[in-house]
Design a protein around this ligand. Structure first.
Ligand SMILES: [Zn+2]
Length: 235
């Protein structure tokens, strides 16, 4: 089997429909279930919040649920702003789960990171429907190793990462051209699918078109500042 996909909403829908046909069950990250042919849908909202509702609506229309991780300290969007609050409430109304996307590079050590996570949760959960689940933004290798964050469900725990087939569109990877997805489907294995709304559009864009679009929608200054900060941190 091979799926002919691109980064369009239509392709995302086609992929989900294929997984429904293959009889995947679709729990949320954190649901306790017997481990059989599960499909965990996960999204990290790194920059582009515009694509969130379109993708979430496709999932909802197919009766599926996913977990959306928002950065509490994002340089591009403000999780406390009215527009992001509205998006988060719409997600919750559709039955999706909302968690925190944590950039561990901001902290000196694990203890400091956990303290910040708790502070963010205490504040944000007082007015937003946020669950005690988190994922890491551009995780260092040690964070992929089943790290236990007390009282939190970590999306990189083995149940959702190393014990399933993990497929992601990180760095705009065209994951449908890789064998992993088909291995999962053909061998009836559980699957975590991580997608970033930034890449997905009404019609699939080239990298140049995507950069232009994102600058236009989110504001050139904001995107430029984000890229500068990201390049500095990883250089
Ligand atoms: Zn991220």
């Amino acid at each position: 089997m091979n799926l002919d996909l691109d980064f369009s909403y239509q392709s995302y829908e086609k992929l989900l429909k294929e997984l429904i046909v293959k009889k995947y069950s679709n729990p949320l990250i954190g649901d306790v279930l017997s481990p059989k042919k599960l499909l965990y849908l996960r999204h990290d909202v790194d920059t582009d919040y515009i694509g969130v509702i379109p993708l979430a609506t496709i999932e909802h229309s197919l009766g599926m649920k996913s977990t959306w991780y928002f950065l509490p300290d994002c340089p591009v969007y403000n999780i406390c702003s009215n527009k992001i609050q509205l998006i988060i409430r719409q997600l919750a109304d559709m039955g999706h789960q909302i968690g925190l996307h944590i950039d561990a590079t901001q902290y000196e050590n694990l203890e400091e990171m956990i303290s910040f996570i708790e502070s963010y949760y205490e504040f944000l959960s007082s007015f937003l429907p946020i669950s005690r689940t988190l994922s890491f933004h551009k995780p260092a290798d040690w964070l992929l190793n089943d790290v236990n964050i007390p009282n939190w469900v970590n999306a990189y725990q083995k149940e959702y990462y190393s014990e399933v087939i993990y497929v992601s569109d990180s760095n705009r990877r065209e994951f449908w051209k890789e064998v992993r997805l088909y291995t999962a489907i053909n061998e009836n294995k559980s699957l975590t699918l991580l997608t970033h709304p930034l890449w997905w559009k009404e019609a699939s864009l080239t990298s140049e078109e995507l950069f232009e679009y994102t600058c236009k929608i989110l504001g050139t200054n904001v995107v430029e500042a984000y890229l500068k900060e990201t390049c500095k941190r990883y250089s």
